[in-house]
Design a protein around this ligand. Structure first.
Ligand SMILES: [Zn+2]
Ligand SMILES: [Zn+2]
Length: 118
């Protein structure tokens, strides 16, 4: 899913480009309606975007097509999509990677603590 493809999709439903779509009243409405207060991956409440998990209903999105992501997590999700071509489930993968990394860090810290005690 690259920008040319996105522009094509947007033109298919009557917008000049994907950027024009993102500036549309429809998309503004979608954001007002579906954007959550926290990022799906890391739960921050700053710099939130609404991300498409699928473009199957592009232009008439369902609630389940959209997920709220902060800018850094959104970038990670799109990097993953660019690398793997995976769109549906990409946000879950990033969340899982994040959880695994945090888990490892926690384990390391726990190990250090144990060492200090002995
Ligand atoms: Zn985030
Ligand atoms: Zn996105």
């Amino acid at each position: 899913m690259n920008i040319e493809h996105m522009n094509l999709l947007a033109r298919g439903i009557g917008y000049k480009s994907y950027a024009a779509y993102l500036r549309s009243d429809h998309w503004r409405e979608m954001q007002a309606k579906w954007k959550q207060a926290h990022c799906f991956c890391c739960h921050t409440n700053s710099r939130l975007d609404l991300h498409h998990t699928t473009y199957d209903h592009f232009g008439n999105e369902w609630a389940t097509d959209l997920v709220t992501l902060c800018r850094p997590c959104h970038d990670k999700v799109h990097a993953l999509i660019a690398r793997t071509g995976l769109l549906e489930g990409a946000h879950f993968t990033v969340k899982r990677q994040r959880a695994t990394r945090m888990g490892k860090r926690r384990k390391k810290r726990a190990k250090r603590k144990r060492k200090q005690k002995s």
